[in-house]
Design a protein around this ligand. Structure first.
Ligand code: GUN
Length: 285
């Protein structure tokens, strides 16, 4: 029987800690952190994510502004809006919800966000800092995974860590963070041969694939820590992760459920980054 890693509980603790910091900032400096979120188009999942981010801001005491743009917005107009937010001293963090509709260039748009306001850590400058290990911000989902490992006292140094998925948002930064913590890291992806041979070596297995039931019991070593970043729907329309939870849980030492595992941590870490951005801007101005 694995120990269940309760992301909902840890996220609530992180948010409670941040609420105190924000209230102190509001009292002592007459300032609250402020986050601007830009949503382009009508992707239903993105709409839910943005609503959750807005609610989390309210919960923690962070000011938020949501900009909803039509899917036919031009690259020029999108960049104009980001540049206007970049110049505003009262805005600490800027988040461009991904993915963008076809025809828009995400990297060009992300480069308009000043790195010190880039609370997602998607700007190429911040991506470079993650590679070097001297970062200001960490991308929210892998940072949430690291926070879970830390709060459950799961040691990474010297461990075999296998990440399935090589996305810019999760897989690649996740691998870097595990590496900086002393893990021996393997990144697996759609071209990997003999996937199970790699995953069966993992002391810490992180799946960020986006396919229900992708990680089966035969892919997992006895006693492994299993972190499920997937958010999918199964045949019954229920939210589930990448991991076949019922079959894998008895083999694992620790496991994250879906929902209630990594998901709530992503938003909590965004709040953390926004508070940090407000602290940076306080020092700059
Ligand atoms: N789309 C999926 N995850 C994320 C995220 O963490 N940030 C943004 N901006 N878009 C996303």
């Amino acid at each position: 029987m694995a120990i269940l890693i309760d992301g909902k509980d840890v996220a609530a603790k992180v948010r409670a800690e941040l609420r105190e910091e924000v209230e102190t900032m509001a009292k002592e400096r007459k300032k609250r952190p402020a986050l601007a979120v830009i949503l382009v188009g009508e992707d239903p999942a993105s709409q839910i994510y943005v609503r959750n981010k807005q609610r989390a801001c309210e919960d923690v005491g962070i000011l938020s502004e949501i900009y909803t743009l039509g899917e036919n917005v031009s690259q020029e107009s999108l960049e104009y809006i980001i540049n206007s937010l970049a110049e505003r001293r009262d805005i600490d963090g800027i988040l461009l919800q991904m993915p963008l509709p076809k025809g828009l260039d995400p990297v060009k748009a992300l480069k308009c966000i000043p790195p010190e306001k880039d609370v997602d850590a998607f700007h190429p400058d911040n991506v470079g800092h993650i590679m070097r290990g001297d970062y200001r911000f960490l991308p929210c989902t892998p940072a949430g995974v690291m926070e879970l490992l830390r709060r459950y006292d799961i040691d990474i140094s010297g461990k075999e860590c296998v990440v399935i998925g090589r996305s810019d948002i999760v897989g690649k930064p996740m691998a870097m963070m595990l590496l900086h913590s002393g893990g021996t890291v393997t990144i697996c992806h759609s071209k990997t041969r003999n996937l199970a041979e790699h995953t069966r070596r993992a002391d810490i297995l992180v799946s960020a694939v986006g396919k229900a039931g992708f990680v089966t019991a035969d892919m997992v070593k006895d006693g492994a820590v299993v972190i499920d970043v997937g958010i999918n729907r199964n045949a019954d329309g229920k939210i589930c992760g990448d991991v076949d939870f019922a079959a894998v849980e008895p083999k694992a030492s620790y496991i994250t459920p879906v929902p209630g595992g990594v998901g709530p941590m992503t938003v909590a870490m965004l709040m953390k980054n926004t508070v940090k951005a407000a602290e940076i801007s306080q020092k700059t101005y």
